[in-house]
Design a protein around this ligand. Structure first.
Ligand SMILES: [Zn+2]
Length: 447
């Protein structure tokens, strides 16, 4: 049965491959800059309408939802599967993108230029590429009457780049019925290849994300005159605590995702990762070390300071903000360690806190990801990894879904892919989009 359906890949897929390239370019041309300030957000509604129209054209019924604020458009559609008793798969992608300064780019960031084998522009890899591949594949399935094994829910979302309060976070809180029955989800920052040795590629599938927790610190002291002896200075106490925290090295913790990743890299390359010098060993991984190096311990980086209003007045309060990134399973231990470092004089509170998520790299869905990659890239190996940042997966995991980063792209060996995220001259290879569309097509019909 699978052979028959594989034979059907042919023509419908090649239309989808072409559409994926065109849609990536057209989506980039819709400026969906999300600065984090709701007053400045543009384009999400237009992008959501674009997606709804493309889905409607082939017969999808779509639900358009503005999540608590005008213009914050989200679109959800469902494709019924063969076996309604199985949990649905959610395929989600965000429509917004981070700002871009055109003066730094070699093409205009909202041009969507297709040149030199790449589609160029803000969102090309984060994540209008995956939105376009998903859209093209969904259209192909509907057009050709392909019934997947299980229900597939497609969700195109606002506001991921500012935490999803007007996107995934809002929908999960206010419209959970849109995702009813979904047990697993796929989305961004996974499924891309790294070349580990001549012609051998590993595809990194995201199975975990660190938690993001922004913390405010506050120290209260006695106000006073700057000319006098003063032993209860809030600024002094706060900055001492901030310096202790900023130079503290949290303990090395190998979670399952990172351990599996390192073991797979050892298999593929023979490289050993000595736990005594893991930082040194990880540095040998090249560009991907940037991500992996941040997933072996918690971090707490001070980012903002504020106190005082005049040079000769000792203020009674001093405050700081710290960006904390916490490994799965480490939250309680992390907080105990924080309290020890900060000491009794420092108050702390969470400004935002989205917890780490982790799932295991096993089961039928993982087998289907692996099989659909190796069908297109024989000899490749799919391996799990942990993302040091965060995505909408954090919101969907609160509904009990297992979340994976699986936006398949076969990349040239010399492309520094992770640097393109939020980077200048963000671009995605045309070939990679076509490859990813073929992988998604195979994956979505069989999973
Ligand atoms: Zn993204």
């Amino acid at each position: 049965m699978h052979e028959q359906r594989d034979a059907a890949v042919g023509q419908g897929t090649s239309v989808a491959e072409e559409e994926a390239v065109v849609f990536t370019s057209e989506l980039i041309r819709i400026d969906t800059t999300n600065t984090g300030d709701p007053a400045t957000v543009v384009g999400e509604r237009v992008a959501a309408e674009y997606v709804a129209e493309k889905l409607g054209e082939v017969g999808f019924e779509t639900t358009y939802v503005e999540s608590g604020a005008k213009g914050r458009g989200n679109v959800v559609a469902r494709l019924a599967g063969r076996d309604a008793s199985r949990g649905a798969l959610l395929v989600h992608g965000h429509l917004d993108a981070v700002p871009a300064d055109a003066s730094e780019w070699s093409v205009h960031p909202f041009s969507g230029a297709v040149q030199d084998g790449y589609v160029w522009g803000r969102g090309a890899v984060d994540m209008k590429d995956m939105v376009a591949m998903t859209l093209a594949t969904a259209r192909r399935m509907k057009r050709d009457g392909i019934v997947p094994e299980r229900d597939i829910i497609f969700a195109f979302l606002a506001d991921e780049e500012a935490g999803g309060d007007y996107g995934a976070g809002w929908l999960v809180q206010n419209r959970p019925e849109l995702f009813e029955g979904a047990t697993e989800a796929i989305s961004e920052v996974g499924g891309f290849s790294i070349t580990v040795k001549d012609g051998v590629r590993a595809y990194l599938i995201e199975t975990a994300e660190k938690g993001i927790a922004w913390m405010r610190l506050r120290v209260r002291g006695r106000a006073g005159h700057g000319s006098m002896v003063h032993e209860d200075n809030a600024v002094t106490k706060l900055t001492q605590a901030v310096a202790r925290l900023g130079t503290h090295k949290f303990p090395l913790v190998l979670t399952d995702s990172v351990r599996d990743f390192l073991a797979a890299m050892t298999d593929l390359t023979g490289m050993e990762f000595d736990e005594e010098d893991l930082d040194g060993a990880v540095a040998k991984l090249g560009a991907v070390a940037r991500v992996v190096g941040a997933t072996i311990r918690d971090t707490a980086n001070p980012t903002m300071l504020s106190a005082g209003y005049k040079a000769n007045v000792i203020p009674s309060v001093a405050e700081a903000v710290v960006d904390c990134r916490v490994l799965p399973g480490r939250q309680a231990a992390f907080e105990r360690e924080l309290d020890e470092i900060l000491g009794p004089d420092v108050e702390r509170e969470w400004i935002t806190s989205s917890r780490a998520v982790e799932t295991t790299f096993d089961g039928a869905l993982v087998d289907h990801m692996t099989a659909s990659i190796t069908a297109e890239d024989p000899g490749a190996k799919a391996i799990p990894y942990m993302l040091s940042g965060g995505t909408d997966a954090k919101s969907f995991s609160t509904l009990g879904m297992r979340c994976f980063g699986f936006a398949p792209l076969r990349l040239p060996a010399d492309l520094d892919f992770t640097a393109l995220f939020h980077g200048v001259d963000e671009r995605v290879p045309v070939d990679a989009l076509k490859f990813g569309t073929r992988v998604l097509d195979r994956f979505l019909r069989n999973c």
